[in-house]
Design a protein around this ligand. Structure first.
Ligand code: UD1
Length: 428
C-alpha cells in the first residue's frame, strides 16, 4: 500500500488548478443512463471513485470514451444506447456507495433495477431508506432480498408523486430527481438538498430536456418527459477540494491562487476562514481565488456541520486540523454523520489537543503540531492529516493513502508545485 511522506514547515506559494467536483461528476455520470443519446461531460476529475462509477456503468451497457486529457479539457462521452443489464452487483457497489445512484435512472428508463445494498462505511451506517421511499412514492415496488434492492416500476413506468424528505439527503435527492425526469406527470421533492452538486445535476438534466423548476431551492418540481436527449455539460468545480487547499494556504501561512473555482461555492467555508483570520480574494474575471494568511495567527472559531448552505461535513476534518494550530479553543460539532471524528486520534498523535464529547469536539490550539506516522481512515480524514503534516517541522508518513485517491486528483503533484516537500512511495 502506498504512503505519502511529507516534510512540512514551509509556507505554500503558487497556483493550483481546482478539478471538477467528484460529488457532482458521480450523479452526472449516472444520469447518462437516462438517455439513449450521448452525454458528453467535460472537466471530469481523474479519481478512483470516477473509475468505480465507470465500471458500474459499463457493466450496465454504457459505452464510455474519454479523450485522455486532464482538467477542464477532459472530455468523456457516455452513451447508454441500450441498457443491457439492470443489475449493479455487490462487487462493484461495495467499492463506492454512490453506485446506488444508478437506481433511479435504471428504474425510470428500464422499469427495473436490482442494486446491491451499499452497506455502512467508516463514517457511519449511512442507510438508503430515503432513496427507497422516494422510489416508492413514484410508484415503484421495492423488495430487499439477499442484500439487494429489487425495484420494479408499474406497467407504463414510474408516475409522478409527492416526495417529502424528513431530513436532507444529497444522494436521496439525486436519485429522486433523476427518476422523476422520466416519470409521467408531476413530481414535487420537498426538503430537497440544495448542494451545488444537486444544482449541477439539475442543470445537466435540463440540458438533456428535463423540465425542472425550483433549481437551487429546497422544493424541486419536475414535470416528466417521455425521453431525454444528449447534451454536453461541464462539471462544476470541486468546492471541497477548493476548501481543502484554502486550508493548506492558511495552515502553512502561505498564499495560494486557486484556479478554475468560485467563491460562491464555498460561502460558509470562506466565512469561517475569514473569521479565523484568513484572507480570501476572488477574481471573477480570471475565475480564481487567492487565499493567504496575512493577519497573524489563526483564531479558534466554533463550527457546526449542516446541509448546504451550512458548513459542509466534508470540510470538518480539514478545519479541525486548522483549529488544532489556532490561538484559543474551538468547538466543532458534527451533525450529519455519527462517526466522523476518526481523524481525532491521528491528529492527537501529531500533538493536537482535542477532546470529543458525543457529536462535538473541543479543540484547544497548540503552538505547533509535531510530525508523526499516521493512518488515513477515510477520504476527508486523510486530507486533514496531509494538512496537519504540512504545518509541522519534520517528516510525517501517512499510510493508507488510497482514501485520498478516491477524491483528490493528483494531490501530491499539486502541493509539490507550490513548494511542499511531499512524495508518494510504494510500500508493499
Ligand atoms: C453525500 C456526499 C458526501 C457528503 C454527504 C453529506 C456524494 C457522493 N457524497 O453523501 O461526500 O458527506 O452527501 O453532505 O455526493 N441518510 C439516511 N437515509 C438515507 C440517506 C441518508 O438516514 O436514505 C442519512 C445519512 O446516513 C447521513 C445523512 O442522511 O447521516 C446525510 O446523508 P446524505 O446527504 O444522503 O449523504 P450521501 O448522499 O451519502
Amino acid at each position: 500500500m502506498d504512503q505519502i511522506i511529507i516534510r512540512g514547515g514551509r509556507p505554500l506559494e503558487g497556483e493550483i488548478q481546482i478539478s471538477g467536483a467528484k460529488n457532482a461528476a458521480l450523479p452526472l455520470m449516472a444520469a447518462s443512463l437516462l438517455s439513449a443519446e450521448p452525454l458528453i461531460l467535460t472537466n471530469l476529475p481523474d479519481l478512483a471513485d470516477i473509475t468505480s462509477m465507470r465500471h458500474v456503468l459499463e457493466s450496465l451497457g454504457t459505452n464510455i470514451q474519454c479523450n485522455g486529457e486532464q482538467g477542464p479539457d477532459s472530455t468523456c462521452t457516455m452513451q447508454s444506447a441500450t441498457i443491457t443489464e439492470t443489475m449493479a452487483p455487490y462487487d462493484l457497489v461495495r467499492k463506492m456507495r454512490a453506485s446506488v445512484l444508478v437506481l433511479g435512472p435504471l428504474l425510470a428508463r428500464e422499469g427495473h433495477a436490482r442494486v446491491s445494498l451499499p452497506g455502512g462505511c467508516a463514517i457511519g451506517t449511512r442507510p438508503v431508506d430515503l432513496h427507497l421511499k422516494a422510489m416508492a412514492q413514484l410508484g415503484a415496488k421495492i423488495n430487499l432480498e439477499d442484500g439487494y434492492i429489487e425495484a420494479t416500476a408499474p406497467d407504463g413506468g414510474l408516475t409522478g408523486g409527492q416526495i417529502v424528505f424528513p431530513f436532507v439527503t444529497v444522494g436521496g435527492t439525486e436519485n429522486a430527481l433523476m427518476a422523476a425526469t422520466l416519470a409521467s406527470g408531476e413530481t414535487t421533492i420537498s426538503n430537497a438538498a440544495r448542494e451545488p452538486e444537486i444544482t449541477d445535476l439539475a442543470n445537466c438534466l435540463v440540458a438533456m430536456g428535463a423540465k425542472i423548476d425550483g433549481i437551487g431551492s429546497d422544493t424541486l418540481k419536475i414535470t416528466g418527459v417521455s425521453s431525454l436527449h444528449g447534451a454536453r455539460y461541464a462539471v462544476v468545480p470541486d468546492r471541497i477540494e477548493t476548501g481543502s487547499y484554502a486550508v493548506a494556504a492558511a495552515i502553512t501561512g502561505g498564499c495560494l491562487k486557486l484556479k478554475g473555482t468560485r467563491l460562491d461555492l464555498i460561502g460558509s467555508v470562506s466565512d469561517i476562514l475569514r473569521e479565523c483570520g484568513v484572507d480570501i480574494e476572488e477574481d471573477t474575471q480570471q475565475n480564481c481565488l487567492t487565499v493567504s494568511r496575512t493577519n497573524g495567527p489563526i483564531r479558534g472559531v466554533d463550527i457546526i456541520t449542516e446541509p448546504y448552505p451550512g458548513f459542509p461535513t466534508d470540510m470538518q476534518a480539514q478545519l479541525m486540523a486548522l483549529m488544532a494550530t489556532a490561538t484559543g479553543a474551538s468547538m466543532i460539532t458534527e451533525s450529519i454523520f455519527e462517526n466522523r471524528f476518526m481523524h481525532v486520534p491521528e491528529l492527537c498523535r501529531m500533538g493536537a489537543n482535542i477532546n470529543v464529547h458525543g457529536s462535538s469536539a473541543i479543540v484547544r490550539g497548540v503552538d505547533r503540531l509535531s510530525p508523526a506516522p499516521v493512518m488515513a481512515t477515510d477520504l476527508r480524514a486523510s486530507v486533514s492529516l496531509v494538512l496537519a503534516a504540512l504545518s509541522t517541522q519534520g517528516e510525517s508518513v501517512i499510510s493508507r493513502v488510497y482514501h485520498l485517491d478516491r477524491g483528490y486528483e493528483h494531490l501530491p503533484e499539486k502541493l509539490a508545485a507550490c513548494g511542499a516537500q511531499i512524495t508518494r512511495v510504494r510500500n508493499s
